[in-house]
Design a protein around this ligand. Structure first.
Ligand code: ZN
Length: 366
């Protein structure tokens, strides 16, 4: 076939696909009425919004576009609970996790077990977390990565080990190591990290044992839970005008009266009265920033591999078809990339309108 004819056929196929896509979008919009729970709409998205990376709203009430996934496996990490499909984040968050996994090996931490980051387009989740909604939060296990690949079943079922005695709220000394402290210090050392949430027992342990530079302790905040993982939160990233900043952390290292409160009875007192519904169980699209509707309706990338980050030196696992020049632009601004950010611009290419067979990553056998 000549190039001329293939060009004509390509155009016809693209047009047919564009019409089919419009039909689907119409149905999507009907289904996604404002009364529907946002957690159902966001919780069922399998892929991110293939437009520029932006966070909208707040950590506990928002969504994001341009998400990337961290690969399930890397030289210095393994992602856990794969069935949840929460390996997604703002590209800066994903890059930071990979960097932490690599640099922490110098501190004697052999690699990260990565817990939940965000859903592909963020938003409230069907289960768990109040935050993690705008791609800027990630949970890292306080269990070092084993020196073998965990099977998908192990990643679902392996229990995390709590570092804290649930009665005393103090760290269990035989489980705590200097490497745990160095890992948290490493994470806190990155300027983009604004907060790290840990169990009060862990904060207390750090307060009592860290010598030398203690300035990073300011970022480490005591919170319920977080006894088997710590939670890393980065600030709003450039290009995200709709991202709401959190309050700055108070001055000082936090090893003071505010920490002592956690070792009183008050924070652990069972709530009285009727149980309040969780925010995610009542949050509709009307509660989220209006841009989250467009995030839901935005096209998906060609496949997951196209938007998966493998870290430095990692080879891409799929070739992504670039959109043809006559197609409308999806992103309203250029995609921001710089040396440190994973996110080849073509990774955000909208789904191609011609049915091009794409190489698929080989399925994992284990
Ligand atoms: Zn978390």
């Amino acid at each position: 076939m000549t190039a001329f004819f293939s060009g004509i056929l390509g155009k016809a196929a693209r047009l047919a696909m564009a019409i089919a896509t419009l039909g689907l979008v119409g149905l999507d919009m009907q289904a996604a009425s404002a009364a529907e729970l946002a957690k159902d709409l966001f919780g069922n998205k399998r892929l991110p919004a293939a437009v520029a990376a932006r966070s909208y709203g707040f950590y506990s009430k928002g969504c994001f576009s341009g998400g990337m996934a961290i690969a399930t496996d890397g030289p210095t990490w393994q992602a856990m609970r794969l069935s949840r499909n929460r390996r997604w984040g703002h590209p800066k968050m994903i890059a930071l996790i990979e960097k932490l996994s690599r640099e922490a090996t110098a501190d004697g931490w052999p690699g990260l077990l990565i817990g939940d980051i965000s859903q592909p387009r963020g938003g409230p989740m069907l289960t768990g977390h109040a935050s993690h909604q705008i791609g800027l939060d990630a949970d890292i296990w306080l269990t070092p990565m084993p020196d073998r690949r965990l099977s998908p079943t192990e990643r679902e079922n392996m229990s995390a080990i709590s570092m804290v005695n649930e009665k005393t709220h103090l760290v269990i000394d035989k489980r705590w190591t200097p490497a745990h402290a160095r890992l948290i210090e490493r994470a806190a050392s990155y300027p983009e990290v604004e907060r790290i949430l840990v169990n009060p027992g862990i904060k207390k342990k750090l307060c009592e044992t860290v010598t030398g530079d203690r300035s990073w302790l300011r970022k480490v905040r005591p919170f319920w839970g977080h006894d088997y993982h710590f939670h890393v939160r980065i600030g709003c990233q450039a290009g995200s005008k709709g991202c709401k900043e959190q309050d700055p952390t108070p001055r000082g290292d936090g090893c003071d009266k505010s920490l002592a409160w956690w070792f009183t009875e008050e924070p652990w007192r069972p709530a009285t009265g009727p149980a309040k519904p969780k925010a995610r169980d009542i949050m509709t699209m009307a509660s989220l920033p209006k841009e989250c509707r467009a995030v839901l309706d935005a096209p998906s990338p060609v496949n997951e591999a196209a938007v998966t980050y493998h870290g430095k030196g990692g080879a891409p696992t799929a070739v992504v078809a670039a959109p043809s020049p006559e197609e409308p632009e999806v992103a309203d601004t250029p995609i921001i990339t710089d040396g440190g950010t994973p996110a080849a611009a073509n990774a955000f290419a909208p789904r191609p309108s011609v049915d091009i067979p794409l190489p698929r990553p080989r399925p994992k056998t284990q």
